[in-house]
Design a protein. Structure first.
Ligand code: 4AD
Ligand code: MG
Length: 476
C-alpha cells in the first residue's frame, strides 16, 4: 500500500520503508525528484542514487511523469525539507515528453493555462485553488447539515424560467437540420423529447420552495446555467449555486442566516486550508504589488478573509444607497458609466463596488429594492413600491448573494405575475403553494465560484472552476 504525501510529511522520518505515487514536478541534477500527489501543496523530495539505476530509465523521469517510488523515509541531509525518501525502487507508469508537455517548471500565465485546463491542476496554484474549492464545498454541506437543513436536488432541465430573465439555454432532442413543423411553419415542440419547450435551469429556487413547504429548511447546491453574454471576470455561463430556502423566515432572518453561513464557510477554510491559503496569500501579495499603488488592495488575502469573518456586514436599504450614490464624487464628476439620477435605477457593478470598497469598506447587505428591478416572486412591502429583496455585496467581487422573502399571498403574487407578463399556466404548481398551507418563507442564492474567487484571491472566475464555460468557449 502506498501512502499519501500529506500523511507522510506529517510523520516522523525514522528510516521506515514506504511507497508513494505521484507526478514529478522537477528532477534536478539526476538525483532529486520533487514528487507531488495532489494530497497537499508540498512536494516530497525523493533522492536517487543514479549508480543504482539504469541511465535510460532515469531519462524517462521527466517533469510531469507519473511514478511509483519505494524507499526509506529518512531525515533529510539537504536544506529546504526535513525529510526525504532514499529511493530503492522506481517504477515509471508514464513519462511526459519535455518537448511537448506544456506544464514546465517555470511561470506560466493564467491565460496560457486556461488553454491547458486539463493539465493546469498539476501546478501549485491550481491545485491549491481546487483543494480550497473542495474544502469550501464541504464547509457548505457541514454548515447546513449542522443547522438542521435538508439537502435537496432540484431539476437541471426545467420548463419554467425562475428568474424571468429569459437568458436560458434551450434543451432539445429535435433534429436541428430538419425539425418537425406545425401547420404555421413553426417548430413543433410537442414532438420534442419532453413534449414542450425546455431549458437548463437558471436557479433551483422555485422547486426548493416547494420542499421548504414540507421539510421546513432545505438547500440546493448544484449547477445553474445562464446564457447571458457577459464576458467579465465575474460571470460564467455554467456555475454552481447554493440556494437555501426556509419556511417561516422573514427577510431579517434570511440576512442573519446568510451572514452566519458565509462566515462559517470561510472559517472552515481558514481552519482547514492553512497551507494552501498561506501560499495563495503570498501569490496575491505578489500580484497586488505589481499593480500601481492606487489600485492595490489595502489588505492581504488572509486579512481580507479574517476581516469578513470578524466584522458585521453593514445593512443598508436601497433608498439609503441611492442617496449615497447620487451624491458621491464619481457620480457628480460623471466618472460612472451609468450615472445615478433617480430612485428606481438598477445598480451596476460599478455602483456596488463603490459602496463596498470606497464608502463602507465592509461587506454590505442592500435590502428593500424597487419592485420594478427585481423578480416576480419577491414579497411586496407595504409601500407598494419596494420588495423584500436583499443582495450581499463583497469587496473585489460585487454581488455575492441575491435573495428575498417570498410573496406568500396568492392574490398579490398573481397580480405581479400578470404585471410582468409571465405565463401563469407554467407556474400552476408554484401558485398551489400559496393555495395550500401558504406560509411566510425566505431564501437566497450564493454563487459558489464567487465565494471561491474571494477565498482564493484569484482575479478571474475562469480560474476557480475546473472547466469554465463562457461565451464562445466550451472546450474540454
Ligand atoms: O441573484 P441571482 O440571479 O438570484 C437567483 O437566482 C435567486 N433565484 C436565488 C435565490 O433566491 N434562491 O443569483 C444568485 C447568485 C448571485 O448573487 C451571484 O453570486 C451568482 O448567483 N451568479 C453568478 N455567478 C457566476 N456567474 C454568473 N453568470 C452568475 N449569475 C449569478
Ligand atoms: Mg442577483
Amino acid at each position: 500500500m502506498s501512502v499519501k504525501i500529506k500523511a507522510l510529511l506529517e510523520t516522523a522520518p525514522e528510516g521506515q520503508q514506504v511507497t508513494v505515487q505521484g507526478w514529478v514536478r522537477t528532477f534536478r541534477a539526476n538525483r532529486f525528484i520533487a514528487l507531488n500527489d495532489g494530497s497537499t501543496l508540498g512536494n516530497l523530495q525523493c533522492v536517487v542514487d543514479f549508480e543504482d539505476f539504469d541511465e535510460t530509465l532515469l531519462k524517462d523521469v521527466t517533469t510531469g511523469s507519473a511514478l511509483k517510488i519505494s524507499g526509506r523515509y529518512v531525515e533529510s541531509q539537504g536544506k529546504g525539507q526535513t525529510a526525504d525518501i532514499q529511493v530503492e525502487d522506481l517504477l515509471i507508469y508514464g513519462t511526459a515528453d519535455p518537448e511537448s508537455y506544456p506544464i514546465q517548471p517555470k511561470k506560466h500565465s493564467f491565460e496560457f493555462l486556461r488553454e491547458k485546463a486539463h493539465l493546469r491542476v498539476r501546478t501549485a496554484t491550481f491545485s491549491a485553488v481546487m483543494r480550497v474549492r473542495a474544502a469550501l464545498a464541504y464547509g457548505v454541506h457541514k454548515f447546513f447539515r449542522e443547522e438542521g437543513f435538508h439537502y435537496v436536488n432540484t431539476p437541471i432541465i426545467t420548463g419554467s424560467d425562475a428568474e424571468g430573465a429569459g437568458e436560458m439555454f434551450r434543451v432539445s432532442a429535435l433534429d436541428t437540420k430538419n425539425p418537425p413543423l406545425d401547420e404555421n411553419g413553426n417548430v413543433d415542440v410537442s414532438q420534442d423529447f419532453f413534449g414542450k419547450e425546455t431549458h437548463l435551469t437558471v436557479s433551483g429556487q422555485l422547486e426548493a420552495e416547494t420542499y421548504a413547504m414540507g421539510l421546513g429548511e432545505v438547500y440546493t447546491f448544484g449547477p445553474t446555467f445562464r446564457a447571458e453574454n457577459s464576458n467579465t471576470t465575474r460571470h460564467l455561463a455554467e456555475f454552481w449555486m447554493i440556494e437555501p430556502e426556509m419556511a417561516f423566515f422573514d427577510l431579517n432572518d434570511n440576512m442573519d442566516l446568510a451572514e452566519k453561513f458565509i462566515k462559517s464557510v470561510l472559517t472552515y477554510a481558514l481552519d482547514n486550508c492553512k497551507e494552501d491559503l498561506a501560499f495563495l496569500d503570498e501569490r496575491y501579495a505578489k500580484e497586488e504589488n505589481s499593480k500601481p499603488k492606487a489600485e492595490r488592495s489595502e489588505m492581504g488575502l488572509l486579512e481580507k478573509i479574517q476581516f469578513i469573518v470578524e466584522n458585521d456586514f453593514k445593512r443598508v436599504s436601497y433608498t439609503e444607497a441611492i442617496d449615497i450614490l447620487r451624491n458621491c464624487k464619481p457620480n457628480k464628476k460623471k466618472k460612472f458609466k451609468y450615472l445615478i439620477e433617480e430612485w428606481g435605477a438598477d445598480l451596476q457593478s460599478e455602483h456596488e463596488r463603490y459602496l463596498v470598497e470606497k464608502h463602507f469598506k465592509t461587506p454590505v447587505i442592500l435590502f428593500d429594492y424597487p419592485a420594478k428591478i427585481k423578480a416576480f416572486y419577491m414579497r411586496m412591502n407595504e409601500d407598494g413600491k419596494t420588495v423584500r429583496a436583499m443582495d450581499i455585496l463583497f469587496p473585489g467581487i460585487g454581488e455575492m448573494v441575491g435573495g428575498s422573502q417570498r410573496e406568500e399571498r396568492l392574490d398579490v403574487l398573481q397580480e405581479r405575475i400578470k404585471a410582468m407578463g409571465i405565463d401563469e399556466e407554467e407556474l400552476w404548481w408554484y401558485l398551489d403553494l400559496r393555495k395550500f398551507g401558504s406560509a411566510p418563507h425566505s431564501g437566497f442564492g450564493l454563487g459558489f465560484e464567487r465565494l471561491v474567487l474571494f477565498a482564493t484571491g484569484m482575479g478571474n472566475i475562469r480560474d476557480v472552476i475546473p472547466f469554465p464555460r463562457t461565451p464562445q468557449n466550451a472546450s474540454f
